[in-house]
Design a binder for this molecule. Structure first.
Ligand code: DLZ
Length: 170
């Protein structure tokens, strides 16, 4: 499993300052006992690295499936530098899990391609509630922290690349 051996809150590499960066966070209400913790981790990490509260917009959508359209609204109607999506899908007895996971993964990927803005996938896809708790502030860290750091790094990369384009565009 991709994240089995690593703590989701462990910081790798240097983290750029998030000062003056603007973030849109879209959070699923389904499994809110988990997604509230993801949101808490995400916003506290953004603030820790220099973002200001007025530069963090938070919007809620009913479920993880709606994260795609929520992220698209954020891309269309706001001027954020990055969008962070937070959700938690827990395996049930039916194949609903597979359809939601597949839909949101493809949807978020599509927005990354269609808009020139990083859209971060902060969605837990777990077999049970315990695994979700372990990854939302428990023994495996908090995926919200990971999503925030990824967003900061991607905005910094985009800023750097944009400046490169200006420097070498002759
Ligand atoms: C319907 C549903 C189910 C069964 N499970 C979850 C879940 O584990 N996590 C989640 O975020 N959302 C779930 N949903 C709701 C869907 O994401 C979506 O809101 C509905 O299918 C309506 O489009």
């Amino acid at each position: 499993m991709a994240t089995n051996l690593q703590n989701l809150s462990s910081v790798k590499g240097e983290i750029p300052s998030a000062k003056s960066m603007k973030f849109g966070v879209v959070v699923a209400e389904w499994n809110s006992e988990i997604t509230d913790k993801l949101l808490e981790g995400c916003t506290s990490t953004l603030l820790k690295y220099g973002a200001t509260e007025k530069h963090i917009i938070v919007k809620r959508v009913p479920g993880t499936f709606e994260l795609t359209i929520g992220a698209q609204f954020m891309a269309e109607y706001t001027e954020v530098d990055a969008i962070i999506t937070l959700g938690c899908v827990i395996q049930g007895e039916t194949r609903h899990f597979d359809f939601i996971c597949q839909g949101v993964t493809q949807g978020i990927t599509q927005i990354n391609i269609n808009y020139n803005i990083p859209v971060i996938f902060g969605v837990l896809t777990t077999e049970n509630q315990e695994q979700a708790l372990d990854r939302s502030g428990g023994k495996h860290g908090n995926k919200g922290d990971e999503a925030a750091i990824t967003a900061i790094k991607m905005v910094a990369l985009q800023n750097e690349m944009e400046n490169h384009e200006k420097i070498f565009n002759f």
